[in-house]
Design a protein around this ligand. Structure first.
Ligand code: GLU
Length: 314
């Protein structure tokens, strides 16, 4: 019987060349100038195994802002810092609506799930810290532990996210009105904006995904970043809600828990098998990277990653 291929011998540069040669289409996000000026031909891919082996393509060290790919990690930190209490404060159902829809769960006034903006504004606010600065520093430390290296915030991106994020301000005010958000609306937007503006490259993001895939232990540094229960909760919600309003289609076709973002990054998380990340800025209508989806689909097929697939090893 054939065995699943070893990710450590997979040729990521060949995959990168293949998708770059295709006419993918898509449009680069223009919500802030720094995203609008992203190179549409940037494409980087990285894979990290549970043994801590890292494989990367060309451009794997190009920095970009993490944007929505931060949401699973904010959720993880909020679960840690509230001892799981965050679970009662946020729904976990997919919405089928845009990530920034001005809408809360009916009847409860809670955000629908932690992978849309309302949820991430709340998880950012639930992380420990007495003021926005302390909370942002705690988030940066937590994200750095996931990545196994000290990450930094791009201050210009953070400022623009904060200034231009009108829908996020609206969501934060709505959550104040519903008594869901306990800190000021402006502070919540500031902390969330700074989290979206954290700079990563695909290698760092793949290590972050691998940490969730390894039950909360960073496979490169060996550090336990979150508990295995927190990691399991986060990956479960990535599987159902991680790819905007395309999450159902994604789960059927790619079959890997993931989170996509408007910078064109996607973080993938296959429990006990690998973490991976890809970046390519042109987005489809839901806001997911066109080439990123393509790369994820090919990796899933070639490496036998679909979590509901009939694995060749079985
Ligand atoms: N900066 C974005 C926002 O909250 C992140 C969106 C995303 O990547 O989906 O509006």
């Amino acid at each position: 019987m054939s065995r699943s291929p070893d990710p450590r011998s997979y040729d990521l540069d060949e995959l990168r060349r293949r998708v770059l040669a295709e006419e993918g289409g898509g449009t680069v996000d223009d919500s802030i100038p720094q995203l609008a000026s992203a190179d549409p031909d940037l494409c980087g891919i990285a894979i990290v195994t549970p043994e801590g082996d890292i494989r990367s393509s060309a451009s794997a060290d190009v920095a970009f802002s993490i944007q929505s790919a931060v949401k699973p990690f904010l959720f993880a930190l909020a679960l840690m810092d509230t001892d799981g209490e965050a679970l009662g404060r946020i729904g976990i159902e997919p919405t089928g609506e845009a990530f920034d829809a001005i809408k809360l769960e009916s009847g409860t006034g809670r955000p629908p799930n932690p992978m849309v903006n309302a949820g991430a504004l709340l998880t950012a606010a639930l992380v420990d810290g007495d003021d926005p600065e302390a909370r942002s520093e705690r988030i940066l430390r937590g994200l750095s532990a996931f990545a196994g290296r000290r990450l930094e915030v791009d201050e210009d991106i953070a400022r623009n996210e904060h200034l231009l994020g009108d829908r996020n301000h609206a969501l934060a005010h709505l959550m104040r009105a519903e008594d869901t958000l306990q800190i000021s609306a402006d502070d919540a937007v500031e902390v969330y904006a700074r989290a979206c503006a954290v700079l990563v490259d695909v290698e760092a993001l793949a290590i972050m995904g691998a940490t969730l895939a390894c039950g909360g232990i960073n496979p490169v540094t060996g550090e336990r970043v979150v508990s295995d229960v927190v990691a399991r909760d986060v990956v479960s919600v990535m599987a159902t809600c991680g790819v905007y309003d395309g999450s159902g289609r994604w789960m059927r076709s790619v079959g890997v828990p993931a989170k996509s973002s408007v910078s064109g990054a996607i973080v993938l998380c296959v429990p006990h098998r690998l973490g991976a990340a890809v970046v390519s800025p042109p987005l489809d209508e839901q806001g997911t990277s066109v080439r990123g989806s393509r790369v994820s689909g090919i990796l899933s097929e070639d490496l036998d990653l679909h979590v509901f697939g009939r694995h060749r090893d079985a």
